[in-house]
Write a protein that binds this ligand. Structure first.
Ligand SMILES: NC(=O)c1ccc[n+]([C@@H]2O[C@H](COP(=O)([O-])OP(=O)(O)OC[C@H]3O[C@@H](n4cnc5c(N)ncnc54)[C@H](OP(=O)(O)O)[C@@H]3O)[C@@H](O)[C@H]2O)c1
Length: 293
Protein backbone atom coordinates (compact mmCIF):
# COMPACT_ATOMS: atom_id res chain seq x y z
CA UNK A 1 0.00 0.00 0.00
CA UNK A 2 1.27 3.51 -0.84
CA UNK A 3 0.86 5.82 2.15
CA UNK A 4 1.45 9.56 2.00
CA UNK A 5 2.21 11.19 5.37
CA UNK A 6 2.07 14.98 5.65
CA UNK A 7 3.81 16.82 8.49
CA UNK A 8 6.26 13.92 8.44
CA UNK A 9 8.90 15.74 10.53
CA UNK A 10 6.50 16.66 13.33
CA UNK A 11 6.06 14.88 16.67
CA UNK A 12 3.36 12.52 15.44
CA UNK A 13 4.33 12.45 11.74
CA UNK A 14 7.82 11.17 12.50
CA UNK A 15 6.55 8.30 14.68
CA UNK A 16 3.86 7.35 12.16
CA UNK A 17 6.39 7.43 9.30
CA UNK A 18 8.81 5.16 11.18
CA UNK A 19 6.16 2.65 12.21
CA UNK A 20 4.26 2.40 8.92
CA UNK A 21 7.51 2.47 6.94
CA UNK A 22 8.25 -1.01 8.30
CA UNK A 23 5.35 -2.56 6.37
CA UNK A 24 4.24 -0.11 3.70
CA UNK A 25 5.54 2.05 0.91
CA UNK A 26 5.64 5.31 2.84
CA UNK A 27 6.15 8.79 1.38
CA UNK A 28 6.73 11.10 4.31
CA UNK A 29 7.01 14.82 3.58
CA UNK A 30 7.83 17.83 5.75
CA UNK A 31 6.41 21.26 4.90
CA UNK A 32 9.38 22.09 2.65
CA UNK A 33 8.65 19.12 0.38
CA UNK A 34 4.86 19.39 0.60
CA UNK A 35 2.97 22.54 1.59
CA UNK A 36 -0.58 21.28 2.12
CA UNK A 37 -2.01 24.79 1.74
CA UNK A 38 -0.69 24.93 -1.85
CA UNK A 39 -2.68 22.89 -4.38
CA UNK A 40 0.22 22.64 -6.84
CA UNK A 41 2.47 21.29 -4.12
CA UNK A 42 -0.24 18.76 -3.19
CA UNK A 43 -0.65 17.71 -6.84
CA UNK A 44 3.12 17.22 -7.23
CA UNK A 45 3.32 15.07 -4.07
CA UNK A 46 0.36 12.99 -5.26
CA UNK A 47 1.96 12.41 -8.68
CA UNK A 48 5.12 11.23 -6.96
CA UNK A 49 3.51 9.01 -4.31
CA UNK A 50 0.19 7.85 -5.87
CA UNK A 51 -1.25 7.29 -2.38
CA UNK A 52 -3.88 4.69 -1.47
CA UNK A 53 -4.08 6.24 2.00
CA UNK A 54 -3.12 9.71 3.19
CA UNK A 55 -2.40 10.46 6.85
CA UNK A 56 -2.54 14.18 7.58
CA UNK A 57 -0.27 14.91 10.55
CA UNK A 58 0.46 18.46 9.34
CA UNK A 59 -1.05 21.37 11.20
CA UNK A 60 -0.38 24.86 12.49
CA UNK A 61 -0.03 23.77 16.12
CA UNK A 62 1.20 26.92 17.92
CA UNK A 63 -2.04 27.38 19.87
CA UNK A 64 -1.36 30.89 21.23
CA UNK A 65 0.05 32.20 17.93
CA UNK A 66 -3.19 31.18 16.18
CA UNK A 67 -4.93 34.05 18.04
CA UNK A 68 -2.95 36.58 15.97
CA UNK A 69 -1.86 34.47 12.96
CA UNK A 70 -5.45 33.58 12.05
CA UNK A 71 -4.96 33.51 8.29
CA UNK A 72 -1.83 31.35 8.51
CA UNK A 73 -3.66 28.94 10.84
CA UNK A 74 -6.60 28.85 8.44
CA UNK A 75 -4.38 28.10 5.45
CA UNK A 76 -2.75 25.09 7.14
CA UNK A 77 -5.63 23.83 9.30
CA UNK A 78 -8.55 24.40 6.90
CA UNK A 79 -7.34 24.99 3.32
CA UNK A 80 -4.74 22.21 3.74
CA UNK A 81 -7.25 19.48 4.73
CA UNK A 82 -9.59 20.69 1.97
CA UNK A 83 -6.83 20.34 -0.66
CA UNK A 84 -5.86 16.90 0.64
CA UNK A 85 -9.45 15.63 0.85
CA UNK A 86 -10.20 16.75 -2.72
CA UNK A 87 -7.00 15.19 -4.08
CA UNK A 88 -7.65 11.92 -2.23
CA UNK A 89 -11.27 11.81 -3.38
CA UNK A 90 -10.09 12.07 -6.99
CA UNK A 91 -8.03 8.91 -6.35
CA UNK A 92 -10.85 7.10 -4.51
CA UNK A 93 -8.46 6.90 -1.57
CA UNK A 94 -8.87 7.10 2.18
CA UNK A 95 -7.81 10.03 4.32
CA UNK A 96 -6.95 9.78 8.01
CA UNK A 97 -6.92 13.26 9.49
CA UNK A 98 -5.74 14.28 12.97
CA UNK A 99 -7.82 16.72 14.99
CA UNK A 100 -7.92 17.95 18.56
CA UNK A 101 -9.64 17.96 21.95
CA UNK A 102 -9.67 21.78 21.67
CA UNK A 103 -12.84 21.57 19.52
CA UNK A 104 -14.70 21.28 22.86
CA UNK A 105 -15.56 24.11 25.26
CA UNK A 106 -14.53 21.98 28.24
CA UNK A 107 -17.22 23.01 30.70
CA UNK A 108 -18.20 19.48 31.79
CA UNK A 109 -17.12 18.53 35.34
CA UNK A 110 -13.66 16.92 35.44
CA UNK A 111 -15.24 13.58 36.41
CA UNK A 112 -16.83 13.41 32.93
CA UNK A 113 -15.40 13.00 29.44
CA UNK A 114 -16.36 13.99 25.89
CA UNK A 115 -17.49 11.40 23.39
CA UNK A 116 -17.78 11.78 19.62
CA UNK A 117 -21.46 12.84 19.77
CA UNK A 118 -20.95 15.70 22.23
CA UNK A 119 -21.48 19.20 20.82
CA UNK A 120 -18.36 21.09 19.79
CA UNK A 121 -17.74 24.74 20.73
CA UNK A 122 -14.07 25.69 20.42
CA UNK A 123 -12.78 28.49 22.67
CA UNK A 124 -9.65 29.39 20.70
CA UNK A 125 -8.74 30.32 17.12
CA UNK A 126 -6.69 27.09 16.99
CA UNK A 127 -9.74 25.05 18.00
CA UNK A 128 -11.94 26.92 15.53
CA UNK A 129 -9.50 26.35 12.68
CA UNK A 130 -9.18 22.63 13.52
CA UNK A 131 -12.97 22.28 13.66
CA UNK A 132 -13.25 24.00 10.26
CA UNK A 133 -10.59 21.51 9.05
CA UNK A 134 -12.79 18.60 10.21
CA UNK A 135 -15.69 20.12 8.28
CA UNK A 136 -13.53 20.49 5.15
CA UNK A 137 -12.68 16.78 5.36
CA UNK A 138 -16.29 15.70 5.81
CA UNK A 139 -17.43 18.00 2.97
CA UNK A 140 -14.87 16.81 0.41
CA UNK A 141 -14.19 13.16 1.24
CA UNK A 142 -16.46 10.12 1.16
CA UNK A 143 -13.81 7.88 2.75
CA UNK A 144 -12.32 9.48 5.84
CA UNK A 145 -11.46 8.93 9.48
CA UNK A 146 -10.85 11.89 11.77
CA UNK A 147 -8.94 11.00 14.93
CA UNK A 148 -9.23 13.61 17.68
CA UNK A 149 -6.26 13.41 19.99
CA UNK A 150 -4.86 15.54 22.84
CA UNK A 151 -1.83 16.68 24.84
CA UNK A 152 0.73 14.94 22.60
CA UNK A 153 4.31 14.19 23.59
CA UNK A 154 6.93 12.15 21.83
CA UNK A 155 10.63 11.74 21.20
CA UNK A 156 10.75 14.28 18.32
CA UNK A 157 9.90 17.97 18.42
CA UNK A 158 8.79 20.21 21.26
CA UNK A 159 6.24 19.34 23.91
CA UNK A 160 5.15 20.19 27.45
CA UNK A 161 7.00 17.29 29.13
CA UNK A 162 10.28 18.21 27.43
CA UNK A 163 9.84 21.83 28.55
CA UNK A 164 9.30 20.70 32.16
CA UNK A 165 12.42 18.54 31.99
CA UNK A 166 14.57 21.33 30.54
CA UNK A 167 13.46 23.80 33.23
CA UNK A 168 13.92 21.30 36.08
CA UNK A 169 17.38 20.32 34.87
CA UNK A 170 18.41 23.97 34.43
CA UNK A 171 17.62 24.74 38.11
CA UNK A 172 15.70 22.25 40.23
CA UNK A 173 15.34 24.76 43.09
CA UNK A 174 13.55 27.38 40.96
CA UNK A 175 9.82 27.31 41.65
CA UNK A 176 7.71 26.53 38.58
CA UNK A 177 3.98 27.10 38.64
CA UNK A 178 1.99 24.63 36.57
CA UNK A 179 -1.72 24.73 35.84
CA UNK A 180 -3.72 22.35 38.02
CA UNK A 181 -7.28 23.09 36.87
CA UNK A 182 -7.18 21.92 33.24
CA UNK A 183 -7.84 18.21 32.74
CA UNK A 184 -6.83 16.08 29.76
CA UNK A 185 -4.96 12.96 28.72
CA UNK A 186 -1.25 13.11 27.97
CA UNK A 187 -0.96 10.97 24.85
CA UNK A 188 2.25 9.39 23.54
CA UNK A 189 2.75 9.79 19.78
CA UNK A 190 4.17 6.25 19.59
CA UNK A 191 0.88 4.79 20.88
CA UNK A 192 -1.13 7.06 18.60
CA UNK A 193 1.01 5.84 15.67
CA UNK A 194 0.13 2.25 16.70
CA UNK A 195 -3.52 3.27 16.81
CA UNK A 196 -3.28 4.66 13.29
CA UNK A 197 -1.69 1.37 12.18
CA UNK A 198 -4.58 -0.53 13.82
CA UNK A 199 -7.29 1.51 12.08
CA UNK A 200 -5.58 1.16 8.69
CA UNK A 201 -6.72 -2.45 8.41
CA UNK A 202 -10.29 -1.54 9.47
CA UNK A 203 -12.98 0.29 7.55
CA UNK A 204 -13.81 2.62 10.46
CA UNK A 205 -15.22 5.90 9.11
CA UNK A 206 -16.22 9.24 10.61
CA UNK A 207 -14.87 10.77 13.81
CA UNK A 208 -13.18 8.80 16.61
CA UNK A 209 -11.49 9.99 19.79
CA UNK A 210 -7.92 8.72 20.25
CA UNK A 211 -6.16 9.55 23.51
CA UNK A 212 -4.46 7.72 26.39
CA UNK A 213 -6.78 6.26 29.02
CA UNK A 214 -7.36 8.23 32.24
CA UNK A 215 -6.68 11.91 32.81
CA UNK A 216 -4.61 14.35 34.81
CA UNK A 217 -3.99 18.05 35.10
CA UNK A 218 -0.85 19.55 33.53
CA UNK A 219 0.59 19.80 37.06
CA UNK A 220 -0.09 16.13 37.86
CA UNK A 221 1.33 15.08 34.49
CA UNK A 222 4.53 17.11 34.98
CA UNK A 223 5.10 15.67 38.48
CA UNK A 224 4.48 12.10 37.31
CA UNK A 225 6.92 12.49 34.40
CA UNK A 226 9.71 14.10 36.44
CA UNK A 227 9.33 11.46 39.17
CA UNK A 228 9.63 8.75 36.50
CA UNK A 229 12.74 10.54 35.13
CA UNK A 230 14.14 10.70 38.70
CA UNK A 231 14.88 14.39 38.20
CA UNK A 232 14.49 16.74 41.19
CA UNK A 233 12.09 19.66 40.74
CA UNK A 234 10.21 22.41 42.54
CA UNK A 235 6.79 22.59 40.91
CA UNK A 236 3.74 24.17 42.53
CA UNK A 237 0.15 23.93 41.33
CA UNK A 238 -1.58 27.07 40.10
CA UNK A 239 -4.93 27.97 38.56
CA UNK A 240 -5.41 29.05 34.95
CA UNK A 241 -6.09 32.67 35.92
CA UNK A 242 -2.58 32.89 37.47
CA UNK A 243 -1.03 31.88 34.14
CA UNK A 244 -2.90 33.87 31.46
CA UNK A 245 -2.26 32.89 27.83
CA UNK A 246 -3.51 34.53 24.60
CA UNK A 247 -5.66 31.46 23.75
CA UNK A 248 -8.41 30.20 26.07
CA UNK A 249 -8.05 26.47 26.73
CA UNK A 250 -10.82 24.08 27.80
CA UNK A 251 -10.84 23.29 31.54
CA UNK A 252 -11.86 19.72 30.74
CA UNK A 253 -10.84 18.15 27.46
CA UNK A 254 -10.85 14.52 28.56
CA UNK A 255 -11.92 12.41 25.57
CA UNK A 256 -13.67 9.05 25.71
CA UNK A 257 -12.37 6.74 22.93
CA UNK A 258 -15.87 5.29 22.68
CA UNK A 259 -15.93 4.52 18.95
CA UNK A 260 -12.51 2.85 18.92
CA UNK A 261 -13.52 0.71 21.90
CA UNK A 262 -16.89 -0.22 20.42
CA UNK A 263 -15.11 -1.30 17.23
CA UNK A 264 -12.63 -3.37 19.29
CA UNK A 265 -9.77 -1.30 17.84
CA UNK A 266 -8.40 0.75 20.77
CA UNK A 267 -4.71 0.13 21.55
CA UNK A 268 -4.46 2.79 24.26
CA UNK A 269 -2.93 2.28 27.71
CA UNK A 270 -3.25 4.46 30.80
CA UNK A 271 -1.34 7.74 30.44
CA UNK A 272 0.89 6.69 33.37
CA UNK A 273 1.87 3.39 31.73
CA UNK A 274 2.81 5.19 28.52
CA UNK A 275 4.92 7.78 30.34
CA UNK A 276 6.71 4.94 32.15
CA UNK A 277 7.47 3.29 28.80
CA UNK A 278 8.49 6.60 27.19
CA UNK A 279 10.96 7.21 30.02
CA UNK A 280 12.26 3.64 29.93
CA UNK A 281 13.02 3.91 26.22
CA UNK A 282 14.26 7.50 25.97
CA UNK A 283 15.49 8.71 29.37
CA UNK A 284 19.11 9.12 28.30
CA UNK A 285 18.41 11.00 25.03
CA UNK A 286 15.78 13.17 26.73
CA UNK A 287 18.30 14.30 29.35
CA UNK A 288 21.00 14.88 26.73
CA UNK A 289 18.63 16.96 24.59
CA UNK A 290 17.31 18.95 27.56
CA UNK A 291 20.78 19.87 28.80
CA UNK A 292 22.05 20.85 25.32
CA UNK A 293 19.11 23.14 24.41
N1 LIG B 1 0.62 18.67 20.00
C1 LIG B 1 -0.51 18.44 20.67
O1 LIG B 1 -0.54 18.47 21.91
C2 LIG B 1 -1.77 18.11 19.92
C3 LIG B 1 -2.97 17.98 20.65
C4 LIG B 1 -4.14 17.67 19.95
C5 LIG B 1 -4.11 17.48 18.58
N2 LIG B 1 -2.93 17.65 17.90
C6 LIG B 1 -2.94 17.46 16.45
O2 LIG B 1 -2.10 16.37 16.15
C7 LIG B 1 -1.48 16.57 14.88
C8 LIG B 1 0.02 16.37 15.03
O3 LIG B 1 0.52 17.32 15.97
P1 LIG B 1 2.07 17.37 16.37
O4 LIG B 1 2.15 17.67 17.81
O5 LIG B 1 2.79 16.21 15.79
O6 LIG B 1 2.47 18.70 15.59
P2 LIG B 1 3.92 19.27 15.23
O7 LIG B 1 4.98 18.51 15.93
O8 LIG B 1 3.82 20.75 15.41
O9 LIG B 1 4.02 18.92 13.68
C9 LIG B 1 3.18 19.52 12.75
C10 LIG B 1 3.91 19.51 11.43
O10 LIG B 1 3.08 20.20 10.50
C11 LIG B 1 3.92 20.67 9.52
N3 LIG B 1 3.34 21.78 8.78
C12 LIG B 1 3.06 23.03 9.21
N4 LIG B 1 2.57 23.76 8.20
C13 LIG B 1 2.54 22.94 7.10
C14 LIG B 1 2.15 23.10 5.75
N5 LIG B 1 1.68 24.28 5.28
N6 LIG B 1 2.26 22.05 4.91
C15 LIG B 1 2.75 20.88 5.35
N7 LIG B 1 3.15 20.65 6.61
C16 LIG B 1 3.03 21.69 7.48
C17 LIG B 1 5.20 21.10 10.18
O11 LIG B 1 6.20 20.76 9.27
P3 LIG B 1 7.73 21.29 9.28
O12 LIG B 1 8.24 20.95 10.62
O13 LIG B 1 8.36 20.52 8.17
O14 LIG B 1 7.62 22.79 9.07
C18 LIG B 1 5.24 20.24 11.44
O15 LIG B 1 6.29 19.31 11.43
C19 LIG B 1 -1.93 17.95 14.41
O16 LIG B 1 -3.06 17.80 13.57
C20 LIG B 1 -2.38 18.64 15.69
O17 LIG B 1 -3.34 19.63 15.44
C21 LIG B 1 -1.77 17.95 18.54
Amino acid sequence: MNILITGGHGQLGSDVSTLLGMKHNVFSFGSRELDIADRESVNAAFSQSRPDVLINCAAYTAVDNCETEKEQARQVNVKGPENLAKAMEARNGRIIHISTDYVFAGNKPSTESYNEDDPVAPLSEYGKSKLAGEKAITAHSSNYLILRTAWLYGRQGKNFLKTMLRLALADHTRELKVVNDQYGSLTWTTTLARQIQAVLSSDLQGIAHATAEGASTWYQGACYFLDAMQVPYNISPCVTSEYPTPAHRPANSILDNRRLKQAGLSVFNSWQKDIDQFVKLHKKELIEEATQS
